[in-house]
Design a protein around this ligand. Sequence first.
Ligand SMILES: [Zn+2]
Length: 291
Amino acid sequence: MSTYEIGAARAYAGGASVRVVRAGWFRPDAGGFFGVVPRPLWSRLVETDERGRLACRLNLLLVEADGKRVLVETGTGVRMDAKDRDIKGVEGGDPVEALRAVGEDPASIDFVVVSHLHYDHAGGMLDSDGNPAFPNARYVVQRDEAEAAHGDELRLQGIMEVEQLDAVRAAGQLAEVNGEVELVGGVRVMRTGGHTRGSQAVLIGAEQPRGRAGDPAGRAIFWGDLIPTRWQVPVRWTSAYDDYPIDAIEVRNVLVARAAAEGWDCYFTHDPGDLPIRIVATERGGFRAAG
Ligand SMILES: [Zn+2]
């Protein structure tokens, strides 16, 4: 299997189309990934390698809507050192190489949505020379996230991609947003918090379908690390990497219920399986992945 792949396009209400770009692999520590969930529960779902790690993908989305192109997430990029790549099991991770490998031009991207500023989402904001990897794009980051990255909380020191954020800002390419904002017709970012202070999800598909005959009616959500894979759909299965687990559970509970009730397609940033999938309600009042 090659490192970089792209999926088939799916269309959503208002005409937005979505393709999944597989930008490589990384291997998070399974215990950290599942946080307080006991091993006997999660080990029924996943396999770990000899170092106790999970095989996860670095999934990006390429969204086209209203004549604009939106890339969601930037992977790890190419600025990690060899030791760090080995510990985290990174293969590939370069969003520029990933797009070129599937025949897409990085210079054609109008917006880059960064769900939050952790290394495996924001590491590819810059290229190997330290310049913005997407020369014609505005990079969309929640204001709360940018402020947290520059804050003095000890937990976050060395964790957020501050240098990359500042380089993008210095290049005049940073678009700080606050809350829920429509980027282009039918593509909205939404601050969720939970995982990090300013984590954001992406909602795709116009709320009111524009009503041309034959228009697709569905909507989709990209969860960021609020729900990194289908394994974390049970809303209380937060990870040890969540900075605000109580908030994460509350916001997941609201959004997962909407996703199930309205039949949203779900795209997960680290899921190794086929995407999208749906979420369904269980008889016991919870939710589960339908795929
Ligand atoms: Zn994260």
